[in-house]
Write a protein that binds this ligand. Sequence first.
Ligand SMILES: *[C@@H]1O[C@H](CO)[C@@H](O)[C@H](O)[C@H]1NC(C)=O
Ligand SMILES: *[C@@H]1O[C@H](CO)[C@@H](O)[C@H](O)[C@H]1NC(C)=O
Ligand SMILES: *[C@@H]1O[C@H](CO)[C@@H](O)[C@H](O)[C@H]1NC(C)=O
Length: 448
Amino acid sequence: MADQSYTPFYNIYKQVAEENEVDLFFCVYMPVINHPCFDLAWKLGKPADGISTDISIISNAPYKSDPMFGCHANMENESFYDRFNCAIILPLKLFWSSIDLIRDINAKRANVSVDPHWDLRGRVSNLLMLSNTFFGFELSSSDSPLHQEIGPVLPDTFPGLTPVLDSFLANHPRTIYFALGTNAIIYSQNVIIILNAFIKLIEQNVIDGVIWSTVRTDISESLEYANSNVSISTILNNHHPNIHISKFSPQFAILSHKNTKLFLSHGGSGSIHESMYTGTPMLVLPIMGDQPRNAEMLESVCMTLKLSKNNLKVDDIVSKVERLLNEGIFKMNAERVQFLAKVNSKRKYRAADLMEIVLNTAKYEGIKDENGGFKIDNEKLLRDWITPDKRMGFIRGKYLDVYSVAVILLLALGGGFVYTLLTIVRYTYIISRNENRNDQKSLKPKKE
Ligand SMILES: *[C@@H]1O[C@H](CO)[C@@H](O)[C@H](O)[C@H]1NC(C)=O
Ligand SMILES: *[C@@H]1O[C@H](CO)[C@@H](O)[C@H](O)[C@H]1NC(C)=O
Ligand SMILES: *[C@@H]1O[C@H](CO)[C@@H](O)[C@H](O)[C@H]1NC(C)=O
């Protein structure tokens, strides 16, 4: 996708930038790296900032990884083999397998006369990169001032409940909200498994209501798959008294309602932020992208249990929902994280301030162009934010030269010490042996 979409997006951005005389580019970094946005800013000499929910691939904490690559989000307690594999082998493999992709993108770049760039992560070093997440949920790490956590970013206002949903929630004090976001798709067989689990949970009186936003789920396909099974068809036709389905629903308002006890979600970042902000425990069914990592992070803060899309079982869902609702620890942790989410959600204003600082810096660092705008060099613009080690090179930057000399000196000193010690020991040994011999010699004549 990154190379297919390069030229069309580049042209759209270019047109917008020209029509509006853009002063600052604010580029979404992931899930597909937005190369054309950063490249265009770089070429036009305009400042660029990036934002993403997950900037762990540009941060320098080796213990952060991703289940997407078969590693754990947090490598803290993994074996040497796994850490070696995830920190060294996998990135090399990834780089190797993306060489063709980078080559393609560079061909596209040449076509719009942008210089080639060989870093798979794009032209983002030395840019302000905002991370839409927060510690307490995300793994903590000490990172460059260029990488700032400013999340969770949430709107000031949300659509309210419709009258139908309002009365449904009022009449169902133990409701599960089920939604898989705007992109995720699951197989019909998994839809049926989830619905059967809902039926069982309602029969066992664990829950008494379900609100399901179907979004991308194809109801007619699921109906066909259900093969005229009465209970499933009743649900899919929206005739079940305890289960309300609609294509879209006001998610934040539903999660805010006190009768919504649990959120069955794919674990996309928008959904998990809303769930944390409203203190709603989650059952997560990760599908793709950043979702498996989010699911692991949520599990580690203990407000979530996880399902596997490849091994979905009715009984597994039922028992996990029972645990989430009956064991108070999940709600307690959801409320703990809720506090963090609420306080940190104010940081969107900080993000806006940071972007203004970048704009203002450009005003002083830039060269005025013919339109009265400013042209800057994104490599150097934020030099006050760039940690000096970036400029010092790998060896000096990591102080490897100093530490190696220190280690050598220590070894030499240690070696010298051991050598001296050995010499002394040997010397005393020889002396004492000689003395013994002398003693024996001097004893012998006496005996004789
Ligand atoms: C790793 O192990 C330590 C010590 O047992 C524990 O405190 C910590 O929570 C563990 N971390 C993870 C991510 O499991
Ligand atoms: C180069 O760009 C032009 C339009 O800007 C496009 O028509 C053409 O297909 C591009 N060539 C390649 C090799 O991408
Ligand atoms: C519908 O399907 C579920 C499980 O898939 C089964 O337990 C139930 O008996 C079925 N109902 C009918 C009427 O076939």
